[in-house]
Design a protein around this ligand. Structure first.
Ligand code: G3P
Length: 225
């Protein structure tokens, strides 16, 4: 499973990339609006920070297929590099995904809440589908099983579409979708520290420090070889 950052803040993403192995960035209109800044500037800064090779997923705001396609083409033109147009999983979205596939534009079907939505988007030619895990859990739906169903359907029908799970509130949800075979995951920048931090790791490190110092004081291993 690969990790992406769900963010429109280039500075935050730069800090994250410095430490964590991320393969790209996803945004949505809510995340963009949170920055209260010009969209074009935000996305240009993001592309500058991540470079041309990392994925940048940006969402269309239109609801009719033709308008979605036009907007996706304009976004790809402006943002360049490894670009994915995020298209909502609606009937119009399916039409747009199919058209964009024909034009060689990579797409991510977004706001996916069921396995059948995911399968239809994959059949239409989506490169990724993005199921919203916590938003499903909030509705008392077993979101982890839905992700598992999508992965199984794609496997059993030999579809190349990848699952990009989104919307998380805790580390267990992340681990569960990884175990289900989600190919990718997108998380807010602040979430990554929760994934790596463990109190037992901290305890082990302080034990190593204390034991070393009790014999060698401030000497460093590299000074002794
Ligand atoms: O990218 C999808 C994500 O931003 C939506 O999920 O639950 O964090 O609003 P949530």
């Amino acid at each position: 499973m690969i990790y992406l950052a769900d963010s429109a803040n280039a500075k935050d993403v730069a800090g994250l990339m410095d430490r964590f192995p991320i393969e790209g960035v996803t945004t949505n209109p809510t995340i963009v609006a949170r920055e209260r800044a010009d969209f074009g500037g935000l996305m240009a800064d993001m592309r500058k920070v991540i470079g041309p090779d990392l994925m940048l997923h940006a969402q269309t705001m239109q609801t009719e297929a033709g308008a979605m396609v036009r907007e996706a083409l304009a976004l790809r033109e402006a943002l360049g590099g490894n670009f994915f147009a995020k298209i909502p999983a609606t009937a119009e979205g399916l039409k747009a995904i199919r058209a964009l596939k024909g034009m060689g534009v990579q797409t991510t079907a977004t706001a996916v809440f069921s396995a059948q939505q995911a399968l239809l988007c994959a059949r239409a030619g989506a490169d990724f589908v993005a199921p919203y895990v916590n938003k499903l859990s909030d509705l008392c739906v077993d979101a982890i099983s839905v992700v598992g169903e999508i992965v199984r359907l794609f496997d059993s029908f030999g579809l190349k579409t990848r699952v990009l799970s989104a919307s998380f509130r805790n580390v267990d949800q992340v681990n569960q979708v990884a175990l289900m075979g989600s190919h990718a995951i997108t998380l807010p920048v602040s979430f990554f520290d929760k994934l790596i931090a463990h109190p037992m790791t901290d305890l082990a490190l302080s034990g190593f420090q204390a034991d070393w110092r009790s014999v060698y004081g401030d000497k460093k291993p590299e000074d002794m070889i």
